[in-house]
Design a binder for this molecule. Sequence first.
Ligand SMILES: Cc1cc2nc3c(=O)[nH]c(=O)nc-3n(C[C@H](O)[C@H](O)[C@H](O)COP(=O)(O)OP(=O)(O)OC[C@H]3O[C@@H](n4cnc5c(N)ncnc54)[C@H](O)[C@@H]3O)c2cc1C
Length: 713
Amino acid sequence: MKKLAILAALAAVIAAYFVFDLGEYFTLAGVKALAADLAAFQERNALAVIAGFFIAYVLVTGASLPGAAIMTLAAGALFGVVWGTVIVSFASTIGATLAFLSSRHVLRDTIEARFGERLKAINAGLERDGAFYLFSLRMIPVFPFFMVNLVMGLTRIRTTTYMWVSQLGMLLGTIVYVNAGTQLARIDSLSGIASPAVLGSFVLLGIVPWLAKGIIGVLQRRKAYAGFKRPRKFDRNMVVIGAGSAGLVSALIAATVKAKVTLVEAHKMGGDCLNTGCVPSKALIKSAKVASMMRHADRYGLTPAEPQVPFREVIARVQGAVKAIEPHDSVERYTGLGVDVVEGYAKIVDPWTVEIARNDGGTQRLTTRSIVIASGAEPVVPPIPGIEASGYLTSETMWDAFAQMDAAPARVAVLGGGPIGCELSQALARLGSKVTQVEMAETLLGREDGDVSALAREVLEADGVTVLTGHKAARIEGRTLIAEHGGAEVRVPFDALIVAVGRKARLTGFGLEDIGVDTAKTVVTDEFLATKFPNIFAAGDVAGPFQFTHTASHQAWYASVNALFGMFRKFKADYRVIPAVTFLDPEVARVGLNEREAAEQGIAVEVTRYELDDLDRAIAESETRGFVKILTPAGGKDTVLGATIVGAHAGELIAEYVLAMKHGIGLNKILGTIHAYPTLVEANKFAAGNWKKAHKPESLLKWVERYHAWMRG
Ligand SMILES: Cc1cc2nc3c(=O)[nH]c(=O)nc-3n(C[C@H](O)[C@H](O)[C@H](O)COP(=O)(O)OP(=O)(O)OC[C@H]3O[C@@H](n4cnc5c(N)ncnc54)[C@H](O)[C@@H]3O)c2cc1C
């Protein structure tokens, strides 16, 4: 409705322009004649002329009609330099804003729906530097006035910013044209108004904001380093703090390109992923899966059996998996690869010096050209009354505690409905614990779509987990968690309380606060992963915003390459295509947008689903729970904007869509690719097939049907 009203108003103005042949007045000759006529009238009705001129100017510019330059000249002739400038400056800003708003309301949604992903980077740039861009566009007269209005309307720049920057940016040009207008009689052509010298000055002024930005950057850097003395020589090219996924990869890259690098680890090589995170949790999940299969062996035509769960042995197997992977991340391996590994606690003393309290005693000081902070994250423990005395466990402490147990804890309360909470709840329930999962929000896996959260709840409940969503942990009394729900108290007795409500970056205790590295929830970095000190970078959980092993190693590449070679070329961390998997059974895997995010971001999408109960291999495996859901742009393009897969091995299946999104491969190409039969990954192809079916050319097929009928005679 709003769109139609805007279009109707624009059409009326444009129609009037042509019907009354107003274009005739917007020529140099026309305006000269009009100015002479108006001059006499103006003496008697000055206000009416100003108002009429103002409105005409706003209408012409608001409807993106040609004539703004000529009218600016006329303003000079009619009102003189000062008043002409004031009138044009406001009229042009209002007109420009109307054109900008028309473009925004009529076109932006459609453009965003089509090019949402690609526009993201542009909009992010505009958020940061929008005023600079606009000011330059306004100052440099090679960019047509109407074009700037229409294009900026498609972006997410704020209207108020747009207005004041436009007014300021156009002011100089307005003065030049209005001033020329005072000499209207002597002007023969528009191009004569702005000489090459004047145009050159405009261009120079247009780049002033960029120069200013560069200078401010240099001054900020100087300020950051003020008070620190830069060594004349360095012991190392790079020191990496933390040997988790981010630190190991950073150090490996540095050593591979022959830099002298020291990797410092205070605790265990491999960090959280190997020792307390991904590896042990996935090993536990596998044992739990086998227990579940035994319990439900009748699904495979076998006699079900209640599994015996010697918990010590289960945990010994988990530890065995960690031990088997340990050599990949070991001191010996990394030393062999050319990394100087120091086991100890690192502290940044100044932007070029790291002091290490070595685990084997003594301290070591190293000067270094660059530092990569890869100190990871640790579990958040919410300040619930009674929690300290409850003997709670976290992902960091539970493995050692489990290793002391002969049986899985009888009653487990899991606090948190995110991926880690869900994975642990299901695994422990399958291994014999009576699990109650308590989540404050209304759904589990809150970042996922409603259908995914519902399925997660369904499978957890099927495994015997009591899922309490919308329950806020209020306090702990001895071994009972008390949660609030709808004004009532719900009591959850436990033998083990596992806190899995999130993880926070490790930011304190190793010098960041002393030297003034900016931190918020994570270390604050720019898009190159540099902190406010251009030689100090951050990667992994400590840099955020993701908390995955694969994003930690992805960021490590950018941090280390920018740290070592940034003076030649810097690379912006690319977060466009990031997969995430929750290792529930069935797994939940996603890349790109889901329906919830598309709605939040106002991106119009088409949703295509394929249900796994239709897939031959899934049927043969009795693994029919789940679906493939693909998001493509509304309007029929086959570009993959996002994919969610719930099902057995969804974490493997999602790789095809990760590849497709990363390299711009559409659903037509996935459909045209041979997938081996019978495999689970065929689901991806069938989902693409469902999309294709929804887009078959119906009218053409009617003709083809007629053709076949005709061929039959
Ligand atoms: C239960 C659980 C399951 C998970 N499952 C998955 C999964 O399936 N897939 C996935 O992608 N991710 C998973 N994660 C997340 C994954 O473990 C992390 O994203 C990943 O470990 C981050 O790596 P990082 O290098 O940033 O930090 P970390 O692995 O935490 O490494 C940081 C290291 O820095 C060391 N350190 C800190 N400060 C200092 C200092 N001052 N001096 C010296 N050393 C220091 C620490 O001791 C630590 O070893 C899981 C996490 C948990 C807790």
